[in-house]
Ligand binder design. Structure first.
Ligand code: UDX
Length: 430
């Protein structure tokens, strides 16, 4: 199939590369000329395992190209995916101005039947608005169909998640685009659900907020574990063995972040309100998430007493492992809280240091070797679940710190091990 992807962010670029990988001819469009130039030169603006090689291979094979002009994209393809940002607004609603402007551009350049697919995460009933907009702005009055096709990619695992999706969700208003959409996804071999547009849009918000709920649930359980001397990892293992619950997304932490969960939760609560439902359960998910960070910072202040002029090492700046993304990162939030209390920070992240520099003051010391972060520190903090941190030279860290105190916001280390090594070790729910 000939496919156009509008927007080359975490979703658009990975989706375009994977579509090309399975044999489709893909044109990726971005309004940022510098980004298009970078991509045409083989550069990748984001870190996603496996993405760079996949883009290079498909550009060389002539299946993947980049352009700054929507006109090229619309004319060359039958199926046009919208994968532009839908940023959150202060009141929790979603800014759909990028979606609207792309819909208008597509309308202006359509000269034959097109399938316009919304892949961006949008509030339910957006599909109808996109269809109205294209109808209103299309000069040629050609026929088209709008489809909802939400993505379920996890950052850091996006290539895997797209090459082997658990399911593909396609929301349509008529049967006409179904065959073409099945032809797009047939090479991936995953189950395809065809439903109406509103249900497809809701599946996205319902899925994401359920995943966030699972995390806040185990984080609430972690509080009870600390109060009762239980171990939250044992509890997670025990309940996770029930096939109806499942072990994944039951890792207690200092809280979830990222560009999706916080935004999607607020958006879903807002949408529900406009539909006349007060989604109290999701407000509680948000409250528990904030409380989890408050409790973690309290552990640090209770142990260190005065933070002013204390030297604290922070391992992890990205919002999760395997990514360079620091948007709504709990690790960055933690750094900012410690800085506010006067602490001096030495920080490290395998991928996210460059992006973090834009969010942290110049007084923060960025350390390229994770084993040097602890030097002279009064405490060390694990803020992101990078597996490589488990290889930390704890002996060297203990010797190079003023006091062997470690706060583990991701339960990476073993409690007994750490105490045997002589650390004052505080973690989550254990
Ligand atoms: C999420 C959804 O998983 C994905 O399906 C959707 O398409 C986009 O939003 P993402 O935000 O990239 O993906 O990351 P995810 O792996 O879900 O983690 C989100 C946050 O939750 C991270 O901060 C992560 O560290 C945290 N988390 C995750 C936990 O604290 N505990 C867990 O058990 C899992």
């Amino acid at each position: 199939m000939k496919i156009t992807i509008i927007g080359t962010g975490y979703v658009g670029l990975v989706t375009g590369a994977c579509f090309a990988q399975v044999g489709h001819k893909v044109v990726c469009v971005d309004s940022d000329a510098a980004k298009v130039k970078l991509l045409q030169g083989g550069g990748i603006p984001i870190y996603e395992p496996g993405l760079e090689e996949m883009v290079k291979e498909n550009v060389t094979a002539g299946r993947l190209s980049f352009t700054n002009f929507i006109k090229d994209g619309v004319e060359k393809s039958d199926v046009i995916f919208i994968a532009v940002p839908t940023p959150p607004q202060a009141d929790g609603s979603v800014d759909l101005s990028y979606i609207e402007s792309v819909a208008r551009d597509i309308a202006a350049h359509m000269t034959s039947y097109k399938i316009v697919v919304d892949k961006s995460t949008v509030p339910v009933k957006t599909g109808e608005k996109v269809a109205e907009t294209i109808k209103r702005y299309s000069k040629s009055k050609v026929e088209f169909d709008v489809v909802s096709n939400p993505e379920f990619l996890r950052e850091g695992f996006a290539v895997d998640d797209l090459m082997k999706p658990d399911r593909v969700v396609i929301g349509v208003r008529s049967q006409r685009p179904v065959q073409a959409m099945k032809a797009v996804y047939q090479p991936f071999g995953s189950p395809i659900i065809v439903t109406d547009i509103n249900s497809a849009e809701l599946i996205k918000h319902a899925a994401n907020s359920f995943l966030a709920l699972k995390i806040s649930y185990i984080n609430a359980i972690s509080v009870i574990c600390e109060a009762s001397g239980a171990n939250v990892q044992e509890v997670a293992a025990g309940i996770g063995m029930d096939a109806r619950i499942g072990r994944r997304f039951l890792d207690a932490s200092l809280g979830f972040g990222g560009s999706c969960f916080p935004k999607d939760l607020s958006a879903f609560i807002k949408i529900s309100e406009t539909l006349g439902y007060d989604f109290g359960l999701l407000k509680e998910v948000q409250r528990i998430n904030t409380q989890q960070m408050d409790r973690f910072v309290k552990k640090i202040t209770e142990t260190l007493w005065v933070l002013k002029d204390k030297k604290i090492g922070v391992l992890g700046l990205a919002f999760k492992q395997n990514t360079d993304d620091v948007r709504m990162s709990p690790a960055i939030d933690l750094c900012q809280r410690l800085l506010k209390d006067g602490a001096h920070l030495r920080v490290h992240d395998p991928q996210a240091m460059e992006k973090a520099k834009a969010l942290l003051p110049k007084t923060v010391t960025f350390v390229s070797d994770m084993n040097k972060v602890a030097e002279g520190c009064d405490a060390l903090v694990i803020a992101t679940e990078w597996p490589v941190f488990k290889q930390l030279d704890l002996e060297q860290a203990r010797k190079s710190m003023t006091h062997p105190i470690l706060f583990d916001g991701r339960n990476l280390f073993d409690v007994a091990e750490m105490e045997k090594l002589g650390f004052i070790y505080k973690s989550i729910g254990r």
